[in-house]
Ligand binder design. Sequence first.
Ligand SMILES: *Cc1c(COP(=O)(O)O)cnc(C)c1O
Length: 494
Amino acid sequence: MKYISTRNKDIRVSSAQAISQGISKDGGLFVPEEIPTLSTADFDYLKNVDYIERAAFVLKKYLTDFTEEEIYACVRGAYTGSFDNEIPAPIVKTKNGVNILELWHGPTCAFKDLALQLLPYLLTTSAKKVSGGKEIVILVATSGDTGKAALEGFCDVENTKIIVFYPSDGVSAMQKLQMDTQKGENVCVCAINGNFDDAQTGVKNIFTNNDTAKILENNNMQFSSANSINWGRLVPQIVYYVSAYCDLLANGEDLSNGFNVVVPTGNFGNILAAYYAKMMGVPVNKLICASNANNVLTDFINTGVYDRNRKFFTTISPSMDILISSNLERMLFELCGRDDKLVANLQSELSKNGKYKVNDEIHEKFVGLFFGGCCDDSATKETIGKYFANQGYLSDTHTAVALNVYDKYVESTGDTRTTVVASTASPYKFAASVLEALGEDLAGSEFETVKKLSLKTATEIPAPLAALENAVPRFKNLVEKQDMTAFVLKTLGI
Ligand SMILES: *Cc1c(COP(=O)(O)O)cnc(C)c1O
């Protein structure tokens, strides 16, 4: 199985190359040359085995240049000992029968763990194949969730180092604490004096500076990226949709008309994985794409026009505050009949004018596959309250956006078939907003809020978050944005 660029199909690489490179040289994203399929017999087998076996089975179809041994080493490393009860993606049911796929039982209590626990193994295995085992230096600019999930994923993984930059005033108290207390010999965390864009620009500049790359090369090191356009982050996400289907089968759910999938969406990675699962043979009916007030995707699905020229909202579901959904490029590629020239043109329009329009034929395909909806912060809070009171389900702010849009979908279509809602974060990660949504006044500190939420809802505080109360910050670095390169080199001791 080879991987091709969405902007030039003549660029054709192995999966190890695609993963270690991250993005194609022409700026396009790597996609599998063809999407492998699973048979009824495959699903019959998969429904009776555990998550690690399911993951290995799916990975084998995509990473054909990995040996079976390598694949098992990767998935065992990722999913053993790091998720509650050794079940990375459990399904729980609301009172009205909606299946909630909880993707936040990993070390950082958000769904990014599913991919970022596995990526370090995929990356180091890939690097061994394509670049002779140089030490990998991961640089991350984060506005919160990704940084911590990457730190946990790469913590003490052999032959890697990771440095995370975050804007000093741009992350929540809990997120800052999560990062500054990170354990591991190969990790480093640094605040920068600036906003998220400054951090991201700084990291991009380091990545593209040839002099810095030379210095690393002379020391047998190379930079790599853990961001969500890397194929190595998408493939683990396909696994949990396959796994969810197997669980629905094993639970005897009514699947005669397939099932709908609802995803709270930002960069379009999670919902794209559900699409790939559908193409593999998982009987997904509608892909329901839920956005917050940053509803650029809702408008795109409804009109065929993608337009990022609009007001940016800072919401209570911050991981979905995105105006450029990078992974949409892969979806466009599929729905325009894999026309690389067309994708290259649309993406160049997007970078020049901040917008593009797809033709009617492509738009119709989007409408056939997707339902797009959105809701603002007050509707999000209302949904949290309603689902807790009526359905016995406590959701975080991101998942609540999905639940809200799902209700709208049922109302407008009358389609009540079996449905899976991706739940992307623990409510305790956004405790203040959740507590407010339940009509409580906010207590003083972050941990007082967390405890109050636990008392109010009779739910347990996830252990990784509870442990932070008495954790002592290890990292107190703060640098100016122009000093990031020097900080990286000093940290690497070169
Ligand atoms: C990253 C994130 C999302 C958005 O996922 P995409 O794959 O970028 O669409 C949604 N919810 C939470 C909690 C996240 O951390």
